[in-house]
Ligand binder design. Structure first.
Ligand code: B4P
Length: 192
């Protein structure tokens, strides 16, 4: 299965991607996680990216496409993948298509997890207490939501035009949302 997970920050993309990967045995690629890892290792790119993510801004497309191409070329996407956090704008969606065409692994499904902004802010505030991510302050989250509306929301339309998009409600417990996604994928009920 080759799936792109879309949704605003805090809608549950990373959470649901982890569950899907466990059930389906496919490869999980999270560009947010790749960036946090690069920052933790203190690479020049990671530190430059951190200055932007800490403000809730997107990292430049040239950096992201290079990072993603390198990750895709590791050779473990042949049995399927869950892409979580990429694409985040239309230019990224187009460049993803080119990369995946080259690998003969085009996207089969795009799932958009929808959740209202106030719930998002509450969820992320909870995560901030637990994990202390620098981009989880309320001010940054509001900026991330603005960036999402302006740049990432049109990506859903990009996939809708290609007949690949399904919308899912992100409200409710983690397992509830997971079951909704499984039924979209015609996988019925499975336990997380
Ligand atoms: P991401 O890591 O993608 O961060 P995110 O959008 O917040 O999603 P995440 O997966 O972490 O959270 P989730 O919704 O699962 O990106 C971080 C930053 O990196 C971006 O802001 C950007 O600057 C940069 N970046 C990444 N990719 C980029 C790209 N392609 N181009 C440019 N820049 C890029 O979960 C949120 C919280 O909710 C969690 O604590 C979770 O436990 C909780 N939760 C989840 N589901 C729940 C449920 N059903 N009920 C209650 N709580 C739930």
């Amino acid at each position: 299965m080759r799936i792109v997970l879309l949704g605003p920050p805090g809608s549950g993309k990373g959470t649901q991607a982890a569950l899907l990967v466990e059930q389906l045995g496919v490869t999980h690629i999270s560009t947010g996680a790749l960036l946090r890892d690069a920052a933790k290792r203190g690479t020049e790119l990671g530190l430059r990216a951190k200055a932007l993510t800490d403000k809730g801004e997107l990292v430049p497309d040239s950096v992201m496409s290079g990072m993603l191409e390198e990750r895709l070329n590791r050779g473990d996407v042949a049995d399927g993948y869950i892409l979580d956090g990429y694409p985040r704008n239309l230019a990224q969606a187009r460049s993803l298509d080119v990369m995946l065409e080259r690998l003969d692994q085009p996207v089969e499904e795009a799932i958009l997890i929808e959740l209202d902004p106030e719930r998002i802010i509450k969820r992320i505030a909870k995560r901030a207490q637990k994990e202390g991510r620098a981009d989880d302050t309320e001010e940054t989250v509001r900026n991330r939501l603005r960036v999402y509306t302006e740049q990432t929301a049109p990506v859903a339309e990009y996939y809708a035009e290609r007949g690949l998009l399904t919308r899912v409600l992100g409200e409710g417990g983690v397992d509830e949302v997971f079951q909704r996604i499984l039924s979209i994928l015609n996988l019925g009920t499975m336990s997380s």
